[in-house]
Design a protein around this ligand. Structure first.
Ligand SMILES: Cc1ncc(COP(=O)(O)O)c(C=O)c1O
Length: 463
């Protein structure tokens, strides 16, 4: 399929070799074979350059992850030092290393709930797989072997591995992969703009969707359900900020039925929403928490699952009875990743990054809302430094464009032409710049987007 000879790229180019050799994740592979790749070459701060020398403002923090921007020398230094001192060690069988220990201590101190233990992995997906296995192991340990199902939400995104991919509530991640696995249930997305019935108020919408959640729990039997998993603000599903009162109502139902709350902070954690964690922005009281991405500002892969003492103790007890806690990765507690993550969190404190991000978030949200009157804009949503603009065919009726027209993709492409990286989630254009972005750079981002939006409107009128 990918035949570089049918492309204009020279055979020795990175582009041609990419087309010949690389199997791209989360990509339209057929289209990629025709269009070829964009080669990222270097980056500094909030800017990135391709191999043609074109500069882009990074409006998506990579994949919602490069919180401190690119080229942070302090992280380079720490990585180098740790690589020289102890390039690898493990946490299996009771071995440990100082960076992992200090990072676990730091995460517990920062966590918005009473966390007792920190389990390390490498990605958001493996963190959420671990979450699911911990729910199973814990419930076996406390003699509730029936209490195993996990409720997730449509349009939620929790990763792509078999368990995490099942928790994800987006069709592309299920179809043809034979997911979801049994034991995963999906409930409504808390998206008022798209989910509300004719004339329904936000309060009535919350009552209805939370009522649906409770009905699902009662249908399945609360004694079969271990946990509910949620991103405080849904990211890849379109940047959805649930309406006021939603999480309070959800948590009241969960408490009533003794169901845990797994807080997926993989995007929201570490300042993204204007608060240290999404839980604080959205008034969530987590039972357990997953973090990744900004944890190391994406300098190296690392994730963590935080659990309370009341869960850890019976699991430790069970591991004693059976001989081992049989879950862990070769790279759980990788000392270089842990050292870089620890320094990332220290830098965030030293430079008051969360406070800065909260201020920039106000500027960005204000700027995004200024587009609300544009004829193509259906909804502007977001909180802190995460936001989205949903493009629609008819503003008044909220009629979406036919997916085949690829309006969101066109707009994102125009943004690229203007030197701005954004991501289209269907026809919603997502914004999630590095937390270090400045006022001037927020203005630059919005200005570039405005030009791309006008180009998109002109293209639609002409087509
Ligand atoms: C909320 C959330 N959870 C989990 C994941 C999965 O993380 P990873 O891609 O590191 O496996 C993502 C990735 O975007 C995410 O946004």
């Amino acid at each position: 399929m990918a035949d570089p000879l049918h492309n204009e790229f020279p055979p020795d180019s990175v582009e041609a070799k990419d087309l010949a050799h690389v199997f791209h994740p989360t990509t339209n592979l057929k289209l990629h074979a025709q269009t070829g790749p964009v080669v990222h070459d270097r980056a500094a701060g909030v800017y990135l350059w391709d191999n043609q020398g074109k500069q882009y403002l990074e409006g998506m923090a990579g994949l919602w992850c490069t919180a401190l921007g690119y080229g942070e020398e302090e992280l380079v230094r720490v990585a180098q030092e740790q690589l020289r001192k102890l390039s690898y060690s493990q946490l299996f069988g009771g071995k440990t290393n100082e960076p992992s220990v200090l990072l676990a201590e730091k995460l517990k101190a920062m966590a918005p709930f009473d966390a007792d233990r920190v389990f390390f992995g490498l990605s958001g997906s493996d963190a959420n797989d671990t979450q699911m296995k911990l729910m199973w192991y814990y419930n076996n340990a406390v003699g509730r072997p029936e209490k195993k199902k996990i409720i997730s939400r449509l349009r939620g995104y929790h990763g792509v591995t078999v368990a995490a991919g099942s928790l994800t509530g987006l069709p592309h991640f299920h179809g043809h992969f034979d997911l979801p696995i049994t034991g995963v249930l999906h409930t409504d997305a808390p998206h008022y703009y798209r989910g509300a019935e004719e004339g329904e108020s936000e309060t009535a919408f919350v009552t209805r969707v939370v009522g649906n959640l409770e009905a699902l729990i009662e249908r399945e039997g609360a004694e079969t359900i271990a946990a509910f998993i949620a991103e405080p603000v849904l990211g890849a599903g379109g940047v959805i900020v649930p309406p006021a009162g939603y999480y309070e109502a959800v948590q009241a139902v969960l408490r009533k039925h003794d169901i845990f709350f797994i807080d997926d902070e993989v995007i929201c954690g570490f300042g993204r929403t204007g608060q240290p964690f999404g839980a604080q922005a959205m008034n969530i009281e987590p039972t357990t928490m997953s973090v990744a991405k900004a944890l190391s500002s994406a300098y190296l892969p690392i994730s963590a699952v935080l659990v309370p003492e009341f869960m850890y103790e019976p699991m430790a007890e069970l591991s004693g009875e059976v001989g081992t806690f049989g879950h862990g990765f070769t790279y759980s507690g990788h000392p270089v990743c842990a050292a870089v993550a620890l320094r990332t969190l220290e830098i965030m404190e030293e430079r008051a990054i969360f406070e800065h991000a909260a201020r920039m978030g106000v500027a960005m949200q204000g700027g995004l809302r200024a587009f609300a009157e544009h004829p193509l804009v259906g909804e502007v949503r977001g909180v802190g430094l995460i936001g989205a603009i949903e493009l629609v065919e008819e503003k008044a009726s909220r009629k979406p464009f036919s997916a085949k027209r690829g309006v969101g993709a066109y707009c994102a492409q125009r943004c690229l032409e203007h030197g701005l990286i954004v991501r289209n989630l269907g026809d919603s254009i997502a914004f999630c710049p590095p937390l270090i972005i400045t006022d001037t750079q927020v203005d630059e981002m919005l200005g570039k987007f405005g030009r791309a939006l006008d180009d998109t409107a002109a293209w639609i009128s002409a087509s």
